[in-house]
Design a protein around this ligand. Structure first.
Ligand SMILES: [Zn+2]
Length: 601
């Protein structure tokens, strides 16, 4: 029975280019897991979008002196290009600035309000008399009253990580310049304290399979500090309006709005796929499994805030959100599906320092693709993924691991066996009688076939480094087998024996191709064609322009292929091959100094 799997990835702000740290932090691990589940025949759906609201985006627009809409679209278009280049196969990558997202967010708000989880309260916010408006949090900086850091934002300190109360900020100053004064303003608060027992219960039920770093930042933190109410509206003119009379000029804040995107994107995907109710199979189905990928700075929002919103909104969400006429309410379990796992990653640094846009200390995704193949980048980003602690992108290591592991262990194995076979068996898999396979042949194939269990188990649990390392160990086993059986020397004296060896090695490589495919999709697809198969392993990415009352937005989509491919090779003796070629490129040592010279310029 195919499972419904949701791969939900943190929404990037439309204010900066995506760098390797972002890719290895969320987009790539999500893609690997999505591709694995698709090969397994599960109904995997991968969604995210550009966060086009929020003060980081308006600040970027102010800085560039352009309309917000123009600036968010510029970054959004760049994201779509990058995801296609890296093969990050979103079923839907959309934006928060859509009519659908407005409606879903407002329905969540209204359901939470009706269920008694919202209250209003006056608080003091920084006001700019010259521009006659309340300044969004990031527009005001000052000294953190907890740790003394001088560059703290009025709502949060990036140094100590604490959420701050704006009025306590020391020496506040406006990023726009000009005077500041504290004024009273009324806002809605999500009463997280009321939902605390439910959130704790939810986290305890998942603590056995969630990462320890994630439980530490969620369950253990709540147990020691409790959950406090959080304001969920702001005085803003760019964003999603509070859907109540008398609240004009106030918008839903990103804390509540951005996470709702995981739900609204699946609804938009349903509408674009012309099956309006399909989203219920993921969102009102207790058996569907939801995985949330993001960096460690976002753990709270996905393990505590978002589950609290989902539980608080309850079945009332479905009532506020107009369902398609004729849909069957009994299909709805009455509950919105809660996260199954939140495999948040730590951070990736670069050559020992934090990645920084302002200092150009970064490896930018689109730029890297102009010099390297996507699978070479995906390989290094996976073996170096910051799953349990911060990791470091090091150019010398990138070159070494590319040449010594990807090229030497896996690429050369596939290439030399295929090329040898293509030349000496005239373009066909040796036509051997499989009943004559020797014990060492059968042993190798049994070892490789077991990889579908061991590599699969690591992928299910989102231990991607371990999964890839397990697949690489199996490739080494095939290399050892070839060294022992040496078909290149056996060819002249005993071609029948060489044929058995080549058939066995090809069948092992054909299986390994599937195990490597979630990590290295471009080269595995190429290898799949060398083997002579006609239907591809994966589907295709494409963009589409969608019109609604807010204008137009471009989305990235994915058209999948049916079938269960996560299984051992059934390579037929005598199968026609296609002309093989190398899968990867060896990198020159000179790359290291060239790349290091680019940093910080
Ligand atoms: Zn601080």
């Amino acid at each position: 029975m195919p499972e419904n799997i949701l791969i939900a990835i943190a929404w990037p702000y439309a204010n900066a280019e995506i760098h390797v740290g972002n890719i290895t932090g969320s987009h790539l691990p999500g893609d690997i897991v999505a591709r694995y589940h698709r090969l397994k025949g599960n109904k995997a759906l991968m969604v995210s979008g550009t966060d086009s609201h929020g003060t980081p985006v308006t600040l970027a627009a102010d800085k560039e002196g352009k309309p917000v809409e123009e600036v968010y679209k510029k970054y959004h278009d760049g994201f779509l290009e990058l995801f296609q280049g890296f093969g990050i196969t979103y079923d839907l990558f959309t934006t928060t600035h859509t009519e659908n997202h407005f409606k879903v967010s407002q329905s969540m708000f209204l359901a939470l309000k009706q269920n008694g989880y919202l209250f209003t309260q006056f608080s003091k916010q920084w006001y700019s008399p010259s521009s006659k408006r309340f300044l969004p949090d990031r527009y005001v900086e000052g000294t953190c009253y907890i740790c003394g850091y001088e560059g703290a934002r009025s709502d949060q300190c990036d140094n100590c990580g604490n959420v701050l109360e704006p009025e306590k900020l020391i020496n506040p100053r406006s990023k726009e310049g000009g005077a500041l004064e504290l004024r009273e303003t009324e806002h809605f608060y999500l009463d997280l304290s009321k939902l605390e027992p439910d959130v704790k219960q939810f986290l305890r039920e998942r603590s056995a399979h969630m990462r320890d770093t994630v439980i530490g930042e969620s369950l253990r933190k709540i147990e020691s500090e409790g959950l406090k109410p959080r304001s969920i509206t702001r005085d803003l003119d760019w964003g999603i309006p509070v859907p109540l009379e008398g609240w004009e000029g106030k918008c839903l804040y990103v804390w509540i709005e951005a996470v709702v995107g995981y739900l609204s994107a699946v609804i938009e995907w349903s509408q674009l796929s012309a099956s309006n109710d399909a989203w219920l199979e993921w969102w009102a189905n207790p058996a569907s499994k939801h995985f949330y990928f993001q960096g460690k700075d976002n753990i709270f929002f996905h393990t505590s805030m978002w589950p609290a919103e989902l539980m608080g909104a309850g079945k009332e969400f479905f009532e506020f959100f107009d369902r398609t006429p004729g849909s069957s309410p009994e299909k709805i379990g009455g509950k919105l599906t809660l996260p199954y796992d939140v495999p948040a990653n730590q951070f990736m640094n670069l050559e020992g320092q934090k990645i920084s846009g302002s200092r150009n200390w970064g490896v930018w995704g689109r730029d890297a693709l102009t010099r390297y193949d996507p699978d070479a980048l995906r390989y290094y980003l996976t073996v170096n993924m910051p799953e349990s602690k911060d990791s470091d992108w090091n150019w010398a290591e990138f070159v070494t691991r590319n040449n010594n592991e990807l090229v030497a262990t896996w690429g050369n194995l596939a290439n030399r066996v295929l090329a040898f076979c293509y030349k000496n068996w005239e373009g066909y898999v040796p036509d051997v009688d499989v009943n004559t396979l020797r014990e060492s042949d059968r042993n190798l194939l049994a070892t490789i076939e077991n990889g579908f269990n061991t590599v699969g188990a690591e992928l299910e649990a989102v231990y991607l480094r371990a999964a890839l390392s397990e697949a690489m160990k199996l490739a080494t086993a095939v290399n050892v087998y070839l060294d022992v059986n040496a078909p290149w020397t056996a060819l002249k004296a005993d071609k029948a024996s060489a044929a058995l060896t080549v058939y066995t090695a090809l069948k092992a490589i054909d299986s390994l191709k599937v195990m490597f495919a979630p990590f290295l999709p471009f080269t595995c697809e190429k290898l799949h064609i060398f083997f002579g198969y006609e239907s591809p392993l994966f589907g295709e990415q494409y963009t589409e322009t969608v019109k609604d009352s807010l204008g137009e937005h471009t989305v990235l989509r994915y058209k999948g292929v049916d079938g269960l491919q996560w299984k051992p090779s059934a390579l037929k003796p005598g199968q026609k091959l296609n002309q093989p070629g190398p899968l990867f490129k060896k990198l020159e040592e000179s790359v290291i100094e060239e790349e290091r010279a680019r940093l910080g310029k």
